[in-house]
Design a binder for this molecule. Sequence first.
Ligand code: UDP
Length: 237
Amino acid sequence: MQQLDLFYEGKAKKIYHTDDPDLIIIHFKDDASAFNGIKKARIKNKGIINNEISEIIFQELAKENISSHFIKRLNDRDMLAKKLDIIPLEIVVRNVISGSMAKRLNLKEGEVINNTIYELCLKNDKLGDPLLNRHHAVALHLATYEDLDKMMEETIKINQALKKLFDSVNITLVDFKIEFGKDKDGNIILADEISPDSCRLWDKTTKEILDKDRFRRDLGDVIQAYQQVLERLKNRK
Ligand code: UDP
């Protein structure tokens, strides 16, 4: 398998074609961005850590029969994955109130929600990834109702599996964002990465923030927090 041309460069990753049309290589960069690209920095070794954390998480999900685009980690910064047509929607799952939801609705951060909250956002930086509902998504031809049902079904299972995994390493899964794509047979499959860039993770005992909010909020020790998440996952029983 050979790496070919770069066909997409995002804020934190580069995606390359390979000589197999069904496979891509995802390269994890150290670049970090927040607030729609307004705040930018390079966080040394972030890409390496996120590649490894994503590998652990996708493998754990596979054990729970949740399929993803992940095939294998090739090296420090590269992951081999199935080529999908990405559905331009972000699904945000919230177990605890934080971030944009707290701001938008003037709620206190840290309150545990009795029912899980699922949000859909349009993946569009220019518009600031606006919230939309399933009817908007269908009207905009982004997905069918059947696609959205399948995404929800998978999302519920993913949240259960991730909560269990992080709970086992004394971390609260506050919220996270995932994306899906379609393979060539039309199957809906989990894509992108799952890492402290895309999840809010708090130490269960001390409530210490172990995710990208350390960067967003200038809390310092960003990489140390990411490293701690990785070490806890690697050393879990
Ligand atoms: N998130 C993400 N990418 C985005 C927007 C959100 O990975 O483009 C993640 C974010 O890290 C958090 C969750 O989704 O874990 C919910 O984010 P929120 O809507 O609170 O937005 P933010 O505070 O990031 O503006």
